[in-house]
Design a protein around this ligand. Structure first.
Ligand SMILES: Cc1cc2nc3c(=O)[nH]c(=O)nc-3n(C[C@H](O)[C@H](O)[C@H](O)COP(=O)(O)O)c2cc1C
Length: 171
């Protein structure tokens, strides 16, 4: 079978990643222990180097279904959509995987990853396969007033630090 995705370097995809992060958002996928998949939109995240590893840090509120799945498997994939997936990204940022199978509803193709159980969304243009190597909680007392204002309802993000195990893009 022809491989649709190939390994690449961070430099090949980082510009597209940042464009979407600051634009409509990226799609964070996760898998449950029972093999269920989910996708949610993220607009906050960081790519860099930490603890000797290339790391993608994502910020996930405890109320998200994704939070439960990452807690279960300690893995995730960050998928980079392009503008053709605008509606899908909006949808995945509005409804919860607790109530809907968003991947099926939007006709997305979930491909097995090679390093993690969380799926790659084939229709996206780049994918970061990540294993959680650390997590921390947003602690309100340590935040500026400006940041605290973003948490009027609590639900403080968990910051998941995912070691990037592979980066894939379209052939
Ligand atoms: C543009 C956009 C960016 C978002 N960024 C985040 C984020 O970085 N972290 C987060 O916890 N929720 C974020 N959300 C909200 C979740 O995507 C939304 O609550 C989603 O329905 C959660 O899905 P889940 O319950 O299936 O995990 C964002 C929503 C949108 C529309």
């Amino acid at each position: 079978m022809e491989l649709l995705k190939v390994a690449c370097e961070l430099n090949d995809v980082v510009d597209a990643t940042m464009d979407q992060l600051w634009g409509g958002g990226l799609l964070l996928t996760s898998a449950g222990r029972a093999g269920t998949y989910n996708a949610m939109t993220i607009g906050w995240g960081l790519v860099g180097r930490l603890w000797r590893s290339p790391v993608f840090m994502v910020a996930v509120r405890p109320s998200r279904h994704t939070h439960r799945l990452i807690e279960e498997t300690q893995e995730f994939v960050v998928n980079v959509p392009d503008d053709r997936l605008k509606d899908t990204v909006e949808y995945c940022g509005k409804v919860s995987g607790r109530d809907y199978d968003k991947i099926a509803e939007k006709g997305l193709t979930a491909e097995p990853g090679s390093h993690v159980r969380a799926p790659l969304i084939r229709e996206c243009t780049a994918h970061y396969e990540c294993r959680v190597i650390g997590a921390s909680q947003v602690v309100p007392e340590l935040m500026s007033g400006e940041v605290q204002q973003l948490y009027s309802a609590g639900n403080y993000h968990t910051l998941y630090y995912g070691a990037i195990l592979s980066i894939l893009t379209d052939r």
